[in-house]
Design a binder for this molecule. Structure first.
Ligand code: F6P
Length: 362
C-alpha cells in the first residue's frame, strides 16, 4: 500500500482545492492508497501534528472553494529556515529534519503544488532522496514548460471584470483610471486582461515604458473625443532607464514601492504631463481569491489526477503540465530553469498594438 503526502506552497491560488481533491480521489478510490495533507506548506513538514489524514470526507465540497484547505506558508524554505538563536533570527538549513520526518511518517512520495520557489525546494528534497512530483501553480502564469498554470484563468477573469467596472466610472468622470495588477516579473495578467477588458495602455515589466508615450496616447484619445482612458499596469513594470521592478519582499524594496506602488508612481508621472483627473486602483489579492473558474477547476483536477499517475509510474522529479489540450509531464529541473516572460516581439504584444493599445512604447 502506498502513502502519499501533498502540500501547497507559496501564494495561494484558485484551483488549489481542485488539485488536492483530484489527488485524494484518484489515490483512494482508484488505487486504495492513503493520503496525508501537510499543513502550511513546507513548514508543516517540521511538525508531526501538521501532517493530517486526508480522506474523502475532508475533500467533500471543496471543488468550488478558493484558497487551500491545507494552508500555505509565507517563509517555509527548509533549506533556509528562520530559526531563533540567542534572540536572533538565523536562516538555517533544517532539511535533514524534514527528510527524517517524511520518512518517520511513512510517506512514500510527496506531491508539491507550487510555483517557481516551491518547486525549487521540492527539487532539492528530491536530491536528498525524497520522491517528489510537482504541480505548477501561480496566478502569474510565469512558469516554463506548461502552456498555462492553474489559477491564472481565474485571476484574468477577476481583472477583466474589474476593468469592465472601471470603464463606466472612468467614462462618467472623464478620468484616467490606472489599474495595478499582480505580476512581479511577468506581464501576463496585465497584457491579457488589458486586451480582454479594452485597456488603452498596458505597462508590463518586459517592456520598460516611456511616460511621454503614455501621455501622448491619453491625450490623443481625448482629442479624438474619448475623454477618458484606462491604463493597466503590472506591479513589476518600470520606466525605461528607471530602477528595476517593485518588490514586496523586505530584501528587495526600491523607490517605487516606497512611493506606494507602481500605479501611484505612474499617476504622479502623468500628473506632470497631463491636465486630467487620474485615479489609481490596486486590484491586489482579490486576484488570488474567490472560486476557481470552470477552466481552473478542470485543469486543477486533471493535474491532481496526473500527479498520482506519475507516482504510480514512479516518475519522480517530474512536474505535470498542459500542452495543447493534453496533460503531459516534464522534469521539474527544466521547468524552474527560468521564468516564462512575455515576449516583447511576440503575438500577444503585437495583437495588442494592432488593436491600438500602447504597450509602454512607441
Ligand atoms: O506570485 C503570486 C503573487 O500573487 C504575485 O503576483 C505577487 O507579487 C505576490 O504573489 C504577492 O505576494 P504576497 O502574498 O506575499 O503579498
Amino acid at each position: 500500500a502506498r502513502k502519499i503526502g501533498i502540500l501547497t506552497g507559496g501564494g495561494d491560488c484558485p484551483g488549489l482545492n481542485a488539485v488536492i481533491r483530484g489527488v485524494v480521489k484518484s489515490s483512494i478510490i482508484r488505487r486504495g492508497w492513503e493520503v496525508v495533507g501537510i499543513r502550511d506548506g513546507f513548514d508543516g513538514l517540521l511538525y508531526n501534528n501538521r501532517i493530517v489524514p486526508l480522506g474523502l470526507n475532508e475533500v467533500r465540497g471543496i471543488l468550488p472553494r478558493g484558497g487551500t484547505i491545507l494552508g500555505t506558508s509565507n517563509r517555509g524554505n527548509p533549506f533556509s529556515y528562520p530559526v531563533e538563536v540567542n534572540g536572533k533570527i538565523v536562516l538555517t538549513d533544517v532539511s535533514d529534519e524534514v527528510v527524517a520526518n517524511i520518512k518517520n511518517q511513512g510517506i512514500d512520495a510527496l506531491v508539491a503544488v507550487g510555483g517557481d520557489g516551491s518547486l525549487k525546494i521540492a527539487l532539492e528534497l528530491m536530491n536528498k532522496g525524497i520522491p517528489v512530483v510537482g504541480v505548477p501553480k501561480t496566478i502569474d502564469n510565469d512558469l516554463m514548460e506548461t502552456d498555462v498554470t492553474f489559477g491564472y484563468n481565474t485571476a484574468l477573469e477577476t481583472a477583466t471584470d474589474a476593468l469592465d467596472k472601471l470603464h463606466s466610472t472612468a467614462e462618467s468622470h472623464h478620468r484616467v483610471m490606472i489599474m495595478e495588477v499582480m505580476g512581479r516579473y511577468a506581464g501576463w495578467i496585465a497584457l491579457e486582461s488589458g486586451i480582454s477588458g479594452g485597456a488603452d495602455v498596458i505597462l508590463i515589466p518586459e517592456i520598460p515604458y516611456d511616460i511621454s508615450t503614455v501621455c501622448r496616447a491619453v491625450d490623443e484619445r481625448r482629442r479624438r473625443g474619448s475623454a477618458f482612458s484606462i491604463i493597466v499596469v503590472a506591479e513589476g513594470a518600470f520606466p525605461r532607464g528607471g530602477s528595476r521592478v517593485v518588490q514586496k519582499r523586505a530584501d528587495e524594496t526600491n523607490t517605487i514601492e516606497r512611493l506606494g506602488g507602481v500605479g501611484q508612481y505612474v499617476a504622479r508621472q502623468l500628473g506632470d504631463c497631463l491636465d486630467m483627473d487620474v485615479r489609481v486602483m490596486v486590484l491586489g489579492h482579490l486576484q488570488r481569491g474567490g472560486s476557481p473558474s470552470t477552466f481552473d477547476r478542470c485543469l486543477g483536477s486533471r493535474f491532481g489526477v496526473a500527479a498520482v499517475e506519475l507516482i504510480e509510474q514512479e516518475q519522480y522529479g517530474r512536474m505535470v503540465c498542459l500542452r495543447g489540450r493534453d496533460i503531459k509531464s516534464v522534469s521539474i529541473e527544466r521547468a524552474v530553469r527560468k521564468l516564462k516572460l512575455v515576449n516583447p516581439g511576440g503575438q500577444m504584444v503585437t495583437a495588442a498594438e494592432e488593436l491600438g493599445i500602447v504597450v509602454g512604447r512607441r
